[in-house]
Design a protein around this ligand. Structure first.
Ligand code: FAD
Length: 313
């Protein structure tokens, strides 16, 4: 289903992000976790794309397997980095023929092991150009392969606390607007830990004339080592002192750290829901437990209950 129709049908979206597993064992474990998440009735799930196009085949295969073997709507991520136009065309063609309706179009980062990576070899420099290309893709197909006259639904990334490559935050919102003007249907944000950063970002988008839904990216801290990895991977994300203090009070006890991190993320979600968030995107790290605990603590059984307008008790 096209992402615009998901928003119309659901009111708010609740999506889960997975990454392509590296081994057969981790693939089996991922599918066990997906089976545990299905009862939460997410509006859709997404599958990441390795830096530099490194997971082209595994991302594609996981996307198709989820599509074929589960009832879930699945949105692949796709990056500019590492691809010629012909490769992007083939990837889109593969997704169109697999019945995939939506793509998360990203700039992407160069592979970590290639500090001198030459971006001039990539067909597209910025995500806005990829969005433009995906929009045009439907014309080349005359609407037949995708089966929707609008072509793919397109999501793009947003950075509430800013993206490190553009220190000028005014310019950055202009670049985000360019992605939306090129045809993006919604924005999914980088993870953040202080909702005020998200609300301020949402307001700055509004002032810039960005009207598409903005979905909040949430990832609970579940361990001290996980926090260090998040700090490394999540470009721009700030770890508030209050959260760091709460975690340090756990004094390295794994279970306590986990409970603090999940409680923090739950409170973020509760507050976002109270402030009319367009959707929440859960970075699951291929595990189901934290997301299921957040839903349980929010007092709901499924995403449909999260989106429901519930009368005051
Ligand atoms: P862009 O929109 O191209 O922006 C990149 C930088 O260039 C920004 O600083 C922007 O301000 C600047 N810029 C844009 N247009 C212009 C212009 N015309 N002139 C000058 N500067 C410009 N990475 C992966 O490799 N695989 C994934 O699966 C993946 N999934 C992600 C999912 C989400 C929800 C998010 C938030 C990020 C994800 N990333 C992923 C990370 C992302 O690819 C990187 O952070 C990347 O550096 C920025 O991506 P972008 O799509 O915002 O790029």
């Amino acid at each position: 289903m096209h992402i615009a129709d998901i928003f119309t049908e659901r009111g708010q979206t609740f999506s889960f992000e997975f990454f392509p597993p590296k081994t057969a064992d981790s693939a089996a474990s991922l599918f066990d976790n997906i089976a545990e998440l299905i009862p939460l009735k997410p509006s859709h799930v997404s599958v990441t794309y390795g830096a530099g196009g490194g997971t082209r085949k595994v991302t594609h295969d996981l996307v198709v397997r989820i599509k074929q073997q589960t009832p879930l709507e699945v949105m692949p991520h796709l990056t500019c980095v590492g691809h010629t136009e012909a490769e992007i065309y083939d990837i889109l063609e593969g997704y169109a023929s697999a019945g995939i309706s939506n793509i998360l179009a990203l700039g992407g980062d160069p592979p970590r092991n290639a500090p001198n990576y030459d971006r001039s070899l990539d067909a597209f420099r910025y995500a806005s150009q990829l969005v433009q290309y995906i929009r045009k893709f439907k014309d080349r197909h005359a609407g037949t392969a995708i089966g929707d006259p609008r072509g793919f639904g397109i999501a793009v990334a947003g950075f509430p606390e800013g993206h490190p490559s553009t220190p000028n935050r005014v310019k950055e919102i202009e670049h985000l607007k360019a992605k939306v003007d090129a045809g993006a249907d919604c924005i999914i944000t980088q993870l953040f830990f202080d909702n005020r950063d998200f609300y301020d970002f949402r307001e700055r988008c509004e002032l810039a004339g960005i009207t598409v839904p903005i979905v909040a990216g949430i990832m609970p801290v579940t361990s001290s080592s996980g926090l260090m990895r998040m700090a490394d991977l999540a470009a721009g994300a700030r770890f508030p002192a209050r959260l760091l203090r709460a975690i340090s009070r756990c004094n390295g006890r794994a279970d306590a750290t986990r409970r603090v991190g999940i409680h923090w993320a739950t409170e973020q979600c509760r507050d976002l829901l109270d402030n009319d968030v367009a959707g929440i995107h859960f970075y699951t790290l291929n595990k189901s437990t934290a997301t299921r605990e957040i839903y349980a603590s929010l007092g709901v059984e499924t995403s449909l209950d999260l989106a429901a307008d519930i009368p005051a008790p």
